[in-house]
Design a protein around this ligand. Structure first.
Ligand code: F6P
Length: 326
């Protein structure tokens, strides 16, 4: 690679708390290495449509505690086509940009990998998703905040569940991954957690409710991952109602509130450290890798591996949660 002078940063896919902290780290580390840094707006769309602007210290002032992403985010159809990617490459070249930091999930890395190979253009990825489903890092940026958001919500729901003798079925995000459900379930003392990684035996849930519900106690919290094989919160409610018609059940779908909000201290630290390492990686001539943190060590995992493999869930947490809820 020629000498690195100008780099760009973008956020793509679903936003996650801590993306701004990562952008700030990329900009400030870039300046430390005497690089010019550019922001690409709305993910790969900004590359295709030339919405690329210089980013300086002033632009990232006070963004560390902000949720969302100042660069905005999007999924980009044009970038899936060779013509779209050629336009993107030409625009980067127009600005004399030498390398890119792409913050996002596996969709982002899939696009980045194709682009990198097509044009021999250096790209480093940062894991930005609340789902924590990326191989090559113990934690993704935004996951810890999302879990805390769920726990805060469930704590509130528990008040009402107890006061009104209700069963709350709380549906949380995670299209293909149960990390949010599992960790928030344990932290909020849920009675049962349903996740896509393990087969859901609905009879177990019904049996458990049967045991739980007595004359004195009829409240319970069930956490369901949106991607669970049995279905979402509404499906679970239906079967619970069929079996226990006298039970008062409610479904709360937490939805996109899990993606928003100020990042936790953990996510700020993670994003800052990984953002710094991404720029260092580019300076050292790395490309085609995602920067992750594994056992508190910085690791660079190829896009290929990160896309092909899944972060492994610790199923034991599910068992512990259920034992402790009895
Ligand atoms: O990948 C992050 C995520 O929040 C998933 O947990 C969720 O299924 C999905 O994005 C929702 O995407 P959209 O905002 O496009 O509905």
């Amino acid at each position: 690679m020629d000498e690195l002078k100008k780099i760009a940063v973008l956020t793509s896919g679903g936003d996650s708390p801590g993306m701004n902290a990562a952008i700030r780290a990329v900009v400030k580390t870039g300046l430390y290495y005497k690089l010019e840094v550019f922001g690409v707006y709305r993910g790969f769309n900004g590359m295709v449509n030339d919405v690329i602007k210089p980013l300086g210290r002033e632009d990232v002032k006070n963004i560390l505690p902000l949720g969302g992403t100042i660069l905005k985010s999007a999924r980009c159809e044009d970038f899936r086509t060779p013509e779209g990617r050629k336009k993107a490459y030409d625009n980067l070249k127009k600005h004399k940009i030498d390398a890119l930091v792409a913050i996002g999930g596996d969709g982002t890395f899939t696009g980045a990998k194709i682009f990198m190979n097509e044009f021999d253009f250096p790209v480093i990825g940062l894991p930005g998703t609340i789902d924590n489903d990326l191989y090559g890092t113990d934690y993704t940026i935004g996951y810890d905040t999302a879990v805390n958001t769920v726990v805060n919500a469930v704590d509130k729901l528990r008040d009402t569940a107890y006061s009104h003798d209700m069963v709350f079925i709380v549906e949380v995000m995670g299209r293909d991954a149960g990390f949010i459900a599992l960790r928030s379930g344990m932290a909020s003392g849920a009675g049962k957690v349903l996740i896509p990684e393990t087969k859901t035996h609905i009879d177990d849930l019904l049996e458990r409710l049967q045991r739980r519900i007595t004359d004195e106690e009829t409240s319970a919290i069930i956490i369901v991952s949106e991607g669970d094989d049995f279905g979402g919160g509404m499906e679970v409610k239906k079967i619970v109602n069929d079996r226990f018609p006298d039970l008062s059940t409610r479904v709360t779908i937490l939805g996109h509130i899990q993606r928003g909000g100020s990042p936790s201290a953990f996510d700020r630290i993670l994003a800052s450290g990984l953002g710094y390492q991404a720029v260092r990686g580019l300076v050292e001539g790395r490309s085609g890798v995602m920067v992750g943190s594994v056992n508190r060590q910085i690791e660079f995992v190829t896009f290929d591996r990160s896309i092909k493999h899944h972060n492994k869930i610790n199923v034991e947490l599910k068992k512990i949660t259920e034992i402790l809820a009895l």
